[in-house]
Design a protein around this ligand. Structure first.
Ligand code: HEC
Length: 269
């Protein structure tokens, strides 16, 4: 498994004809599949589950999430996701969407933090977790909004700077950084296109389309999941849900994606 992985990586890297042709046909197939499904993204079902959960009075405090403040004021969800991570005065911290959601479930609804984040991602074939469903619902409220992750407060700037450092930090058995896979245009791995996240158009597209319904997994996946999975690709220790490093990296990606228009939940391979 490891051998194939390295082999394909370099194979694709030097761009030998047959690998490129194979990758192209895989990309074509994926594009066709996407077109077939374009009228009905299964993420909509999950959004629906999320909306019900969002508006339900829940938790020990028996309140809904409708008054949660995602940076635009209590209950103002429209466009909020597109401007996160951002600094919150009440916690004196920069928070990405999912971290803020956990915050509201704990502080408004009274759930226990350990319980809320115990299993953030559904396993293949399982019903979406509450965090996945709630996130799918909320991000859809930002569809069409310009990505504008703020860089005003010094803690927002610090999060970006740490995120940038993390992006270029090399380590693990292959000495990979995020940049190893995501700073060259046209690079591929196992027939998948690797977006160049240093390129503003590709960065915009990447940020705008997460969370996404992953066809290959039959599930809605969030940005926290995306990074968790890339840590795995990088052979790094597991990225903790809602950890500082996750927030920093999302801040970095979001700032790089400035000006893109949110288009999530999207549909992905
Ligand atoms: C070993 C290669 C590798 C490394 C290292 C890696 N990734 Fe990825 N990344 C991938 C693959 C593969 C995909 C999925 C491409 C696909 O599904 O089409 C991906 C997808 C992504 C996406 C979503 C792009 C999109 O348009 O959907 C983001 C964002 C991302 N990675 C960020 C990161 C960050 C941040 C790091 C460092 C913590 C990182 N990646 C490290 C291989 C890697």
């Amino acid at each position: 498994m490891k051998k194939t992985f390295i082999y394909l990586f370099f194979f694709a890297g030097v761009g030998l004809g047959s690998a490129a042709a194979l990758a192209q046909s895989a990309a074509d197939e994926i594009a066709k599949y996407r077109a077939m499904l374009a009228d009905g993204n299964p993420a909509e079902l999950v959004e629906g589950q999320g909306e019900v959960l969002w508006k339900q009075k829940r938790g020990p405090n028996n309140v809904s999430l409708e008054k949660c403040d995602f940076g635009k004021g209590p209950g103002m969800l429209k466009g909020a996701y597109a401007e996160m991570p951002r600094y919150f005065k009440d916690t004196d911290a920069v928070m990405d969407f999912e971290t803020r959601l956990v915050h509201c479930m704990v502080n408004m609804q009274g759930f226990k933090r350990e319980e809320v984040i115990k299993k953030p991602f559904s396993a293949q074939g399982e019903r979406a977790t509450e965090l996945e469903a709630l996130t799918a619902y909320a991000v859809a409220e930002s569809r069409g909004s310009p990505i504008s992750v703020p860089q005003n407060h010094y803690k927002e700037k610090a999060a970006y700077a740490r995120g940038e450092k993390a992006f270029f930090y090399r380590g693990g058995p292959f000495d990979f950084s995020c940049a190893s896979c995501h700073s060259t245009t046209g690079q591929r791995i196992r027939l998948q296109d690797l977006p160049n996240l240093q390129d503003s158009l590709q960065a915009q597209k990447a940020f705008a389309t997460w969370p996404a319904y992953r066809v290959s997994q039959g599930a809605v996946r969030t940005m926290q999941w995306r990074l968790n999975d890339c840590f795995r690709q990088q052979r790094f220790p597991e990225l903790k849900y809602s950890s500082q490093t996750s927030i920093d990296l999302i801040t970095y990606l979001g700032v790089m994606a400035k000006g893109g228009l949110m288009d999530a939940p999207a549909l992905k391979r």
